[in-house]
Ligand binder design. Structure first.
Ligand SMILES: *Cc1c(COP(=O)(O)O)cnc(C)c1O
Length: 701
């Protein structure tokens, strides 16, 4: 369960603050008090909602549009519902009799909100794709800076407008802008910054409650002073955006977040419906008071007016909630054909376990080649960066570029060969390349570009690397290259036999002697690494700064050989599909290609929508297993490119739509990736890395 109850609990007060903005509870008593409440204090409410959205979306940005689409759709649905809800009111007020109706409606739809009080929805609808675009093109940091710039532009058209009005060219610019929208507090200028601040806080260590409270006190005092000073200057055109507001929000959000309590969905939903429904309550209270001749009491007394609106809103919200639960649309059945489920907590757990066996000063380099062994590289990288991983390995330049584009900030080392023609690209995107031999080093040096490299040393695997005896000379001959690291690869570190252990030790001795010679030449690379998963689990005390961990991070062993290091790993991936058709086949019939299945009795066969093009090895034909309704069943006949058959004769209740588990758990039955790879005569690394691009990746927390 996500423990963000502190955030959920503030949604209610935030919603009531929004109501306060629109009713002005203190107007009939104190003007300064009213200004403080509606123009200062209540201005935290909408930025708070935006930050919460950014906070929970933060792992999703890396997944691209697919990651934020659900949030966008939900907002669009709410916006549509709210617009319909207020249609009668808009008709009544004569909104549709205005001049330039189409243009006015277009502006309202995109920026102002179809009903004035509901500008939050269009702001979010515009800001979500805009923010994604900023992150994609500028990275997380660049996006934050750009959004900060937009916010400043917004402030100058809002509470600091008087300043802009003093400068004719700026004034002209804002006049142009206000042709498009009435206020700058919208999806363009206000929302992106708070979405990004929410995301940023989610990936940073938390502030202590004391620091957050002190920061909140100071920044809020500054904002109050700013607001009153601006008023005395008569500068505000509107009062939603202050220079100090982002700071106030960062501290407020940190303080709320530090309150650990279970999340509360009911409170969150109530907050939302209060926001949507309160404008109706305002109208109803006014109208009702008129009819009952109670205007003097319920409307003219601003506190009573506010309270009546709040009470009516809560009653309507609760009533609406009940109605919706009973008659609203039920969850749509899933329509996925075949998919991979990734268990975020298991990945975090594996990372913790692996970190516990690192040496002093050693870090994890997460190896994310082949879509992170089939798990989905970009979302995985986002999760790992959150957990403090700052180095990543890929097989190809394209994989590395994709991670950069997805917003990964840390070191990205390409473990495979990259042609020297791509040196400029590597430098531009801060990618680190592997030098695979002396000819490669010479060709990279030839480009004259300051490419950041890790030198690979061949210590006995004889695949890639400069021969260990010649490393120092090779490095000295390439002065343009920026030598960040040196590494080698162990080829039998998974084996536990005497011969394999002594070979590995010889590889490590050669590696260290090449490093010693490099040191004699005055070159001490920052990063030194030798271990992949099994190397890390079987060998320690190597003086390395990184461990390049792939398969173990995913919670899987390569081929079932138990390593020496005692770590408890949890598999993070499940492979699932669906039954799409069930039929009965009489005894004696064959089924599938080559009629390789023969029915020995009257049989029921279930066709499942997954095949070898999705990564289910064809070699499992006739001997693979899957789970349906918590029971083990066998593959029937050959695995096809897009489908396979299961023999479900003993499970008469199986029907189309049933979930089929090929890797993972169903009830108390488990099928492991190790067992599947073993049955297919391969290792899990191959099995997982071949899970195809047609599979949807579904992450759950
Ligand atoms: C793939 C790879 C790794 C990761 O290997 P695992 O056994 O999956 O941990 C490490 N180093 C290099 C050079 C690799 O190519």
């Amino acid at each position: 369960m996500r423990r963000q109850g502190g955030l959920d609990r503030f949604r209610l007060p935030a919603a009531f603050l929004v109501v306060a903005i629109h009713t002005g509870p203190l107007t009939s008593f104190t003007e300064a008090g009213d200004v403080f409440l509606t123009s200062v204090l209540a201005r935290v409410a909408v930025p708070f909602f935006l930050m919460v959205t950014g906070f929970f979306l933060h792992p999703r940005w890396a997944e691209g549009w697919a990651g934020i689409r659900p949030a966008w759709r939900k907002t669009a649905g709410l916006y549509l519902a709210a617009t319909l809800l207020y249609l009668p009111l808009m008709v009544y007020k004569g909104d549709f009799l205005r001049k330039n109706l189409l243009w006015v409606e277009f502006r309202d739809l995109l920026f102002n909100g179809t009903f004035y009080h509901l500008w939050y929805f269009p702001a979010l609808l515009l800001a979500l794709p805009l923010t994604l675009l900023l992150i994609r093109s500028l990275g997380q940091r660049g996006a934050l800076r750009a959004a900060g710039g937009l916010y400043l532009l917004g402030v100058l058209g809002d509470s600091w407008y008087g300043l802009a009005a003093l400068l004719p060219p700026l004034d002209a610019l804002y006049r142009q802008l206000f042709f498009f929208f009435d206020y700058t507090r919208n999806g363009l200028f206000l929302a992106p910054l708070f979405l990004l601040l929410g995301s940023e806080l989610a990936r940073r260590p938390e502030l202590s409650p004391k620091t957050a409270a002190a920061g909140l006190g100071i920044s809020f005092a500054v904002m109050t002073a700013e607001a009153f000073w601006l008023r005395s200057m008569e500068w505000p055109r509107h009062d939603s955006m202050y220079l100090a507001l982002p700071l106030v929000m960062v501290f407020l959000f940190s303080l709320l977040r530090s309150r650990k309590a279970p999340g509360n969905k009911a409170l969150a939903e109530l907050g939302q419906s209060i926001y949507v429904i309160h404008p109706w309550s305002i109208v109803l209270v006014r109208g009702g008071a008129k009819v009952l001749r109670l205007t003097w009491l319920l409307v003219d007394n601003s506190v009573l007016f506010y309270l009546s609106v709040c009470v009516l809103t809560v009653l309507l919200s609760l009533g609406w909630g009940g109605f919706w639960r009973r008659f609203g649309p039920k969850r749509k059945p899933r329509t996925r054909r075949a998919w991979v489920e990734v268990d975020r907590p298991a990945l975090r757990h594996n990372l913790r376990e692996l970190r516990s066996v690192l040496e002093e000063g050693q870090r994890i380099m997460a190896v994310l080649k082949a879509e992170g062994y089939g798990h989905g590289a970009a979302p995985l990288a986002a999760l790992l960066e959150d957990e403090g991983v700052d180095a990543f390995g890929t097989a190809t330049l394209e994989e590395a570029l994709a991670l950069r584009r997805a917003g990964v900030c840390g070191t990205i080392l390409v473990l495979g060969y990259v042609p020297p023609e791509a040196a400029g690209q590597a430098v531009r995107h801060r990618l680190t390349l592997t030098v695979v031999d002396e000819a490669h080093a010479a060709a990279l040096e030839e480009t004259g570009k300051p490419v950041h490299v890790h030198w690979k040393v061949d210590t006995g695997m004889h695949r890639l690397g400069v021969p260990w005896e010649r490393l120092a000379e090779a490095v000295k001959a390439a002065p343009h290259l920026v030598t960040e690291g040196v590494y080698t690869h162990l080829c039998v570190s998974d084996g536990r036999s005497k011969a394999e252990e002594s070979f590995t030790i010889r590889q490590l001795e050669r590696f260290h002697s090449s490093l010693d010679r490099l040191a004699q030449a005055g070159i001490r690379p920052k990063e030194i690494h030798a271990q992949a998963s099994y190397g890390l689990l079987n060998y320690t005390g190597l003086g390395c700064t990184l461990a390049r961990v792939g398969i173990a991070l995913y919670g899987v062993l390569s081929d079932g050989v138990r390593p020496r290091g005692a770590v408890a790993l949890q598999p993070a991936l499940a492979l699932k599909s669906r039954v799409v058709s069930v039929r009965t086949v009489p005894a004696g019939e064959g089924a599938g290609y080559g009629l390789a299945f023969r029915a020995e009795r009257d049989s029921r066969l279930a066709a499942v929508s997954i095949g070898y093009a999705d990564g289910v090895p064809r070699s499992l034909s006739g001997r693979g297993e899957a789970l349906v309704r918590g029971q083990r069943v066998s593959f029937a006949g050959r695995v096809c490119m897009d489908q396979l058959l299961l023999d479900v004769t003993d499970l008469p209740e199986v029907k189309p739509g049933d979930t089929v588990t090929l890797i993972g758990r169903d009830g108390d039955q488990v099928l492991s990736a190790e067992a599947m790879a073993g049955a297919a005569g391969t290792i899990t690394n191959e099995l997982l890395s071949r899970l195809g691009p047609r599979l949807e990746r579904v992450f759950f927390s």
